[in-house]
Write a protein that binds this ligand. Structure first.
Ligand SMILES: [Mn+2]
Length: 307
């Protein structure tokens, strides 16, 4: 049983009963700078054991009411080509129950289009938080590189709202200028109060199906030093909280899925803790918006046996 991954050291709910499905995906194929992202899902989930059940921003204990299941890791079969791996990931996720909050825990950012293909089959909006443009057509010989997910998402027919970017290639700037389906909020532009407010308004006004992809390098490296390709600048913790509050303040939000990617575990474990707490905030804010606080107290926390 020691290989079983858990969130907050709670027993996993049966998949068909779970309100939140969390899929660890230790994908590491195209990392170009700091290796180690394959170790992230396990390191982050182990760190969740240090969180409190009570979530102080929404002011409740979400898992008294919410049932969560951490699924077995979707391990990488290295005999598969990149293309075949991503098809198998999409098929795996598409076969899961859909009446839940789905969270993919990476792993490198190239997994996002495969998760979106499974969870958002009609055109929708991807809110894409990242230090980099991630809009290359291919990179180092692979269309499935962590530098290319935005291009794959455009091919699927989605709108993309990208924020936090502070590293782009010239052809990516040209793509943004010519592609009306991309809305880009450069990190520098978000530093002004007016611009930050208009970004939050944009987040709050997203209509139709929405998918949230969080590359942890969107954060300032002082907050999250352990990422595959760090960049100076970036979000601080309470900016992310404000963003999540804006996203989840609309009760009718049609959130198809979330992913948290690109962590590389590091000795201080600050990065893993930030990712762990971010997962807790996302689940808490989502659950609060969905009215779980009014539902019976038979969530995963109630299954914990204290000694
Ligand atoms: Mn990225």
């Amino acid at each position: 049983m020691s290989d079983t991954l858990e969130f907050l050291a709670m027993p996993n709910a049966p998949i068909d009963e779970a309100d939140v499905l969390l899929l660890p995906i230790p994908l590491e194929r195209t990392v170009s700078f700091k290796p180690g992202t394959a170790k992230a899902p396990k390191a982050i989930l182990e760190t969740t054991g240090q969180l409190e059940f009570y979530e102080e921003d929404a002011g409740w204990s979400p898992f008294k009411h919410i049932k969560l299941s951490v699924l077995p890791e979707f391990t990488d079969d290295r005999s598969l080509t990149d293309a075949d791996f991503h098809v198998s990931l999409t098929e795996h996720v598409a076969a899961l129950p859909t009446d839940n909050l789905f969270i993919g825990l990476g792993g490198e950012h190239s997994l996002t289009p495969s998760l979106v293909a499974a969870r958002m089959q009609e055109p929708g909006t991807v809110l894409f938080l990242d230090a980099h443009g991630d809009m290359r057509t291919s990179y180092e010989g692979s269309r499935y590189s962590h530098a290319c997910p935005v291009t794959r998402l455009l091919e699927q027919g989605h709108q993309i709202v990208i924020a936090g970017v502070r590293s782009v290639y010239e052809s990516e700037v040209e793509l943004v200028e010519n592609e009306p389906r991309i809305t880009l909020f450069l990190d520098w532009d978000l530093r002004g109060k007016g611009q930050w407010e208009s970004f939050l308004q944009k987040v709050n006004s997203l209509k139709g199906p929405v998918y949230l992809s969080i590359d942890m390098d969107v954060f300032n490296p002082a907050v999250v030093p352990g990422v595959g390709t760090p960049q100076p600048g970036g979000f601080f913790w309470y900016q992310m909280i404000e963003l999540l509050e804006s996203l989840f303040s609309r009760k009718q939000i049609d959130l198809r899925g979330v992913d948290v990617v690109e962590i590389v575990p590091e000795p201080s474990r600050v990065s893993e803790m930030t990712a762990a707490k971010l997962l807790l905030k996302i689940i808490s804010f989502w659950g609060s918006t969905q009215g779980f606080n009014l539902k019976p107290q038979n969530g995963s926390q109630t299954q914990v046996e204290y000694d």
